[in-house]
Write a protein that binds this ligand. Sequence first.
Ligand code: RIB
Length: 308
Amino acid sequence: MSGKITVIGSTNVDITMRLSRLPEKGETISGGDYYQAFGGKGANQAVAAARCGGQVTLVTCLGNDHFTTLLIESFLNHNIQTQYVFVEETSFTGTAVIMTDKTGNNYIGVAGGANDFLTPDKIEKALPSISQADIVLLQNEIPEATVRFVLNTCEKLKKKVIFNIAPACRLTDELFNKIHIAVVNETEAEMVTGIKILNSSDVERAAKLFISKGTPNVVITLGAKGAYVAGETEGFYVRGLEVEAVDTTGAGDVFCGALAIAYTEGMPIRKAVEFANAAAAISVTRLGAQPSAPRRDEVLDMIKNLAD
Ligand code: RIB
């Protein structure tokens, strides 16, 4: 049973340099490799969910430049519905400059461009898709007013939202109970909750804070160490998988896209997080954000191999 997912978020073009190590402030490092790929947290999550078999509609805003047609073609090639892919005539497509080292650590800087034009009026146009979705997948790389509008609209329509609060921000209290599953990494958890995360009890305290404010499910991703998952009645860890990381860019997005599809298919949250964890582990063994997202059969093979 493939789930219907509406992803609302950013699209970027990622300009990546792979260096022997990340530079210090003011330092120049030469000898890097260069590549360009499609990225943006919204588009990455849409592609990841589609590769895992979801019926995906993407609500995003592109600029008016030579990437516009190429991006739309790429979405269509992934069977992603594009009727709510808007084009802002006055802007450039969002752009990310990424520096990564050989073990997958990175720095990312984003110029939002057309993503800043994904305003609430465009979300209103996409209401038919939101109404039909099993789940709405949202990130924080679009205007704050739009994020708020999506959360309020989904509450009215009784639609469950998976909110990947990335990049992180402080949330006002009334937003927490409009999120069905919050997904954050440790740094984001720290920023959202104000709890300094140094050890596992801090992770658990941060998750509890979400729950106490009304979010029924929280997933705190822990990089190579896996993830901590908390609900109203239980909390548990899903262990990290040992892989050789070459590029972690977009791993969180692959996790969210895969989680959304597994969850809409009716997997219990533990199984859905294990599925997402395996998908993200595969993605870090490959370069780029969208190019690294695995297909469903690859994720299932990895899970099967772990069980054997
Ligand atoms: O999460 C990774 C993404 O963050 C990159 O694709 C980049 O575009 C930034 O949005």
